[in-house]
Design a protein around this ligand. Structure first.
Ligand SMILES: [Zn+2]
Length: 402
């Protein structure tokens, strides 16, 4: 079975692109209602963290609360967000260090929601998030791989950068951030040496050298490029980072995709067009690399990736942002912000519309966790709300513009 629907839409021709906000708001309201009914903020829905637990729904409410076009409901969204993060917060132990699946993510989302509400308790959750720093500084904190986005240092760093922006105050000193980056670079060098990798930096997760955003090198490098001043502070690391990004750019296939992992680079065909594995997640690294290093090679990689997503991105797996239509639509919102080309806004709009089409509703698979942030409609809600303010759109925790 083909993984994606054939794209039934014509590509952008000319003219303005009108986003119909009333129909988008209706879709958002409908999804939110279903989420409130089917995934209530209970302890039994805490597992899976931001990825597929109530913490992710709390994030969705924060995403909605920050949308200037939805400001009439802001207070309601913040309150709901706090209701949803509460059961997760009550079960934190400080031992489940993971960002996307554990305590780091819960503390981070609780912090911004409480701050938004004006509740001084946010200082307490923030300091619990900060207290995990020592663990992440341990080079081999996890046997399965300590650097990727879900459980490793890249996720913890993503949260630090996101918190700094949302709170408008640094959560770590420059030196603390640089120290974490140094551990990531050293870990990548050591692994690359030990496994004679053709890439100066390489990482593994459960012994697989993933390339994509979820467990792979893409998000790890994106975060290294995103820490302000790091490349200037460590010139030797900067060379390895740049050469690694260029190595990855050259692994892009003529079609525009990337292999899922190094073990598959010699395969002819790379089928996964997902944020987790493939071009839709790799674009954030390429976009950040373009913004930082201004090399056209990286921008071309993004453009090629977006063309592939247009052809093969209407996934049958559902509406989510990890391996679903909304996650792939985010590629166009990224390209729209990167290039200003209205063609991408058109494509983003069409992907949004497809999620309420009869064909999709009838034939798309229902994901395992249908109301969650990464697999289900909570992620689609973030995407739809970003269609209302495309100039501010951002895939959760992957902002490349600040
Ligand atoms: Zn996925």
């Amino acid at each position: 079975m083909v993984r994606h629907f054939e794209n039934p839409y014509e590509d952008y021709k000319a003219g303005e692109v009108n986003i119909e906000s009333s129909s988008i708001c209706r879709q958002i309201d409908q999804h939110v209602k279903t989420i409130l009914t089917r995934l209530p903020p209970l302890h039994r829905h805490v597992d899976g963290g931001l990825y597929v637990g109530v913490g992710g729904v709390a994030y969705m409410f924060y995403h909605l609360a920050k949308n200037p076009l939805l400001s009439a409901n802001k207070k309601h969204y913040v309150e709901k967000g706090i209701e949803y993060i509460k059961p997760a917060l009550e079960t934190t132990t400080g031992d489940k260090t993971s960002f996307l699946l554990g305590d780091a993510g819960t503390y981070a989302v609780a912090t911004v929601l409480l701050k938004e509400k004006g509740d001084a308790e946010y200082k307490n959750t923030l300091s619990k998030y900060q207290a995990l720093y020592r663990t992440f500084l341990n080079p081999s904190m996890l046997k399965c791989g300590s650097d990727e986005f879900f459980v490793g240092r890249a996720g913890y760093l993503a949260a630090a950068l996101w918190l700094t922006r949302e709170l408008q105050a640094p959560v770590f000193t420059k030196e603390e951030l640089f120290a974490l980056c140094d551990v990531i670079v050293e870990s990548g060098r050591m692994y690359s040496d030990q496994h004679s990798s053709p890439s100066p930096l390489m990482y593994h997760y459960y012994n697989t050298e993933y390339l994509g955003a979820a467990h792979g090198i893409a998000a790890i490098l994106q975060m290294l490029l995103s820490v302000p001043g790091y490349l200037e502070s460590n010139r030797v690391a900067a060379v390895d980072i740049k050469n690694t990004v260029t190595y990855l750019a050259k692994l892009q296939t003529p079609e525009g995709n990337w292999p899922c992992c190094m073990e598959e680079i010699s395969h002819a065909d790379h089928k996964l067009v997902h944020w987790c594995h493939g071009a839709p997640g790799m674009v954030y690294l390429m976009a950040k690399a373009f913004l930082v290093m201004k090399d056209r090679l990286y921008l071309d990689a993004c453009i090629k990736a977006a063309d592939l997503v247009w052809e093969k991105g209407l996934l049958r797996k559902g509406p989510g942002i990890c391996h679903g239509v909304a996650g792939n639509g985010y590629v166009f919102l990224l390209l729209y912000r990167l290039t200003g080309d209205v063609k991408y806004l058109y494509r983003a709009k069409v992907f949004g519309e497809f999620m309420s089409s009869e064909l999709f509703l009838k034939e798309a698979r229902v994901p395992d966790n249908p109301q969650t942030l990464y697999e289900g409609t909570a992620g689609a809600v973030c995407y739809l709300s970003d269609l209302l303010v495309p100039e501010k759109a951002e895939f959760p925790f992957q902002d490349v513009f600040s």
